[in-house]
Ligand binder design. Structure first.
Ligand SMILES: [Zn+2]
Length: 197
């Protein structure tokens, strides 16, 4: 049936969804009540319509500036992460009470340098305007992540801010958002301070 195949093909576009799983999802959609499907569709439409990127940290938000950036009780620190999911993982550890800045996949070797420079310029402005005392680099322990960390360290060295990097008691190649809270919490606490050249 063409219409069913179309649904399966669309479901297969989701990350890690294989043909069998797409079929199971399609069957679930066919069997679900109208109420369940309406709820699913309206949640998709609503999030697509209302979600935007925080003007400061690039996190997902419904407002111009996200709740974390608006929270005046947060310490004057910025944790630099690659994705909003890394932010969620670090928030879950409850071992960090500063703000964030999301690079959004703008890692040096995989992005064009303009995107990266724009993001770093934005970060520098925020650090200066909001009197940020420390930038903690928490990028993945991959080659791209580590090269990016060095670039960021160099770019920030001209302004007056402490720069540190989380400690990696984790295997090289691991994604931040796959770490368990204990490992991640330990890595944040044991971050190392970059020497100013
Ligand atoms: Zn924000």
């Amino acid at each position: 049936m063409k219409i069913l195949q179309r649904l399966i093909d669309n479901l297969r576009k989701f990350p890690s969804v294989g043909p069998k799983q797409a079929e199971r999802f399609a069957i679930h959609i066919l069997k679900a009540s109208d109420k369940e499907i309406d709820e699913l569709l309206s949640s998709i439409v609503e999030i697509r319509k209302n979600i935007k990127s925080c003007n400061k940290c690039n996190n997902y938000t419904l407002d111009d500036v996200c709740e974390i950036c608006r929270d005046e009780k947060r310490e004057k620190k910025i944790c630099l992460v690659e994705t909003p999911f890394d932010l969620i993982s670090i928030e879950k550890t409850k071992s960090y009470n500063g703000r964030y800045f999301i690079l959004g996949g703008n890692l040096v070797p995989v992005s064009n340098n303009d995107d990266f420079s724009l993001k770093i310029d934005k970060l520098k402005k925020i650090v200066a305007n909001d009197s940020i005392e420390e930038v903690i680099i928490a990028l993945d322990a991959t080659t791209e992540g580590q090269i990016t960390s060095l670039y960021v360290k160099k770019a920030l060295s001209e302004i007056n801010v402490k720069i540190s990097q989380i400690a990696y008691g984790v295997p090289l190649g691991a994604d931040i958002d796959y770490l368990d809270s204990f490992t991640l919490s330990h890595a944040i606490k044991k971050r190392t301070l970059f020497d100013k050249d």
